[in-house]
Ligand binder design. Structure first.
Ligand SMILES: Cc1ncc(COP(=O)(O)O)c(C=O)c1O
Length: 367
């Protein structure tokens, strides 16, 4: 049984890093930075990219570039990593937590519809675990209300909705390259958009309020320094070259695992709509009918990595628990999955066919 280690790197990363080392620009102005932005944007079928030091500040810049601030509400799912919500809070707007669908783990379009108020200014769907949220339904709601969509695509490098890649459907989108993501530079993030003006506004924030073509010491807006480095960009160029094959390998292994366990009672896997069939498999998500703690203990004792889901919904974090700085709509599905769900990280899905079969057997034995 082999559980590959993560991150994966090779001669290509070393070659590109050496090129940076030999250059006189180790920071955010090496040509690798713009090259990776163009290559990743093209890969996601998008026109413009802006890379940054992580996938949290990219969300914050996107909201700021959209003009969202104090008094505004932004709709987010109750199940995600904390940045999806704190990005809203950090631009002084109010996160509005809505429920997920019980089986896809993605934000429920009907709940978005019900949560919209006169203060709503944007919607942030998260493509949770890899499969994209229902972008047809969410786009229809957003268009009807004149709201921009910010896709939190931190799990969705190469994911598709009906053949269209993540990040190219919403007004703007954000990806993360943090250590555990399917492509990584240890830290890193990128914003993508087909709207050049939005990316230019975000670039001003990221680069000290500077403007394209203007002088180095001319600062037009209140910006900061969120630049990525040449080191990260070098590694990301190499990681992107490896991603399509890794996405395919994970998809094959997940198909083997799901086929092996298709008749298994007491175990449910994330439902993946046909439109979202192509995705990263960043997390293999599921839930159990019985005792999750006992399942988790047995499965991990057999040598497999597994996390018994988040300990709480986003709004039950100490930061939001007293509800003074957010709005919470009823989220029974999110609360149910907190009690019974689990995930297996993507590195466990990068082995051979035999490894995938062994994982399925261990899951069955752990139930
Ligand atoms: C859904 C989601 N959004 C945003 C982030 C934040 O990205 P970063 O860690 O690069 O700041 C993460 C994970 O790290 C995430 O899982």
């Amino acid at each position: 049984m082999g559980i590959p280690s993560w991150p994966v790197s090779g001669a290509r990363e070393r070659e590109l890093l050496e090129e940076v080392l030999q250059s006189d620009r180790w920071g955010g102005y090496h040509p690798f930075v713009a090259r990776f932005e163009q290559e990743f944007a093209a890969f996601q079928q998008c026109r413009f990219g802006l890379s940054a030091c992580n996938g949290t500040v990219t969300l914050e810049m996107a909201l700021e570039a959209l003009g969202i601030g104090e008094g505004d509400e932004v709709i987010v799912p109750a199940i995600s990593f904390i940045s999806t919500a704190t990005a809203v809070s950090r631009v002084r707007a109010t996160p509005v937590f809505v429920d997920i669908e019980p089986d896809t783990f993605n934000i429920d379009p009907q709940r978005i519809r019900e949560a919209i108020s006169p203060k709503t200014r944007a919607i942030i769907p998260v493509h949770f675990g890899g499969p994209m949220a229902d972008m047809d339904a969410i786009t229809a709601i957003a268009s009807a209300h004149g709201l921009p969509i910010l896709e939190d695509a931190a799990h969705a490098h190469g994911s598709e909705w009906n053949g269209t890649r993540a990040g190219s459907i919403g007004a703007i989108s954000s990806f993360s390259f943090q250590n555990g993501k399917v492509m990584t530079a240890g830290e890193g993030g990128i914003l993508l958009s087909n709207d050049e003006a939005l990316i230019d506004r975000a670039r001003e924030i990221l680069d000290q309020g500077r403007r394209k073509g203007e002088g180095w010491f001319f600062h037009y807006t209140l910006g900061t320094n969120y630049r990525i480095t040449a080191w990260q960009s070098a590694v990301l160029i190499a990681q992107l070259e490896r991603l399509p094959e890794q996405n395919q390998r994970r998809a094959r292994n997940v198909a083997i695992i799901r086929e092996n366990l298709a008749d298994q009672s007491g175990l449910h896997f994330q439902r993946v709509p046909e439109a979202a069939r192509v995705h990263t498999n960043y997390l293999l998500l599921g839930w159990v009918d019985g005792d999750r703690a006992a399942f988790h203990k047995k499965f991990t004792a057999a040598g497999f990595p597994c996390t018994p889901f988040y300990p709480h919904t986003l709004y039950e974090n100490p930061l939001y628990r007293d509800r003074t700085n957010c709005r919470v709509t009823p989220c029974p599905n999110s609360e149910a999955r907190i009690r019974d769900a689990f995930w297996i990280p993507h590195r466990a899905l990068l082995g051979t066919d035999e490894d995938a079969t062994a994982l399925a057997v261990a899951m069955r034995n752990a139930l």
